[in-house]
Ligand binder design. Structure first.
Ligand code: NI
Length: 188
């Protein structure tokens, strides 16, 4: 497994429309493993393949990224050691996901994104939805989503169309968010 670099705004690759997965092979399995490792390391609760520069319709989500009872894990990559919280968890893999039956009722969550670091904003999305997706073996599964999971999968699916959560904000709020990010980067 390997931690991959996460693309950040304004990297134009984040606007790519990702391609369907057709081969359920070792390359796909390696991609998914790397995506989990990258997401847990960040840490974040969801990641789309395009966020590590791979334009394929692959998402990983874990709404329970940390186990508060587990001892921290020591790990080493890129030649330096560090510790991070143990991961437990509820790893979920969604390949070629599609949304069916989005609810008319909206839910609002404060969203963030590993590709838009340090920026958080309220976004309205359908409160529930049904998702059809494939697993690592290519089996087709349908599942009803609600709560944070419904929001998270819709956020991640937007990435497959080249859309970021800040694209749901008004132009004014989006520009403010991007300016704030620019300032934070200059200060870093
Ligand atoms: Ni995101």
């Amino acid at each position: 497994m390997a931690i991959r670099e996460i693309l950040e705004v304004p990297d134009p690759r984040l606007k790519t429309v990702s391609e369907p997965v057709t081969e359920f092979d070792d390359e796909l399995r390696t991609l998914v493993e790397d995506m989990f490792e990258t997401m847990y390391d960040a840490p974040g609760i969801g990641l789309a393949a395009i966020q590590v520069g791979v334009p394929k319709r692959v998402l990983v989500i874990d709404l329970q990224p940390e186990d508060p009872d587990a001892p921290p894990v020591e790990c080493e990559h890129d030649g330096h050691k560090h510790t991070h919280p143990a991961t437990k968890n509820e790893p979920r893999i969604f390949i070629n996901p599609e949304i069916l039956d989005p609810a008319e009722e909206l839910a609002t969550y404060q969203e963030g994104c590993l590709s838009v670091p340090e920026i958080y904003a309220d976004v309205d999305r359908p409160a529930t939805c049904r998702v059809r997706y494939q697993d690592l073996e290519g089996n087709v599964i349908e599942e009803d989503m609600e709560g944070l999971m419904a929001t998270c999968i819709q956020h991640e699916m937007d990435h497959l169309e080249g859309i970021l959560f800040i694209d749901h904000l008004s132009r004014l709020k989006r520009n403010m968010a991007l300016k704030k990010l620019q300032k934070l980067r200059q200060a870093a």
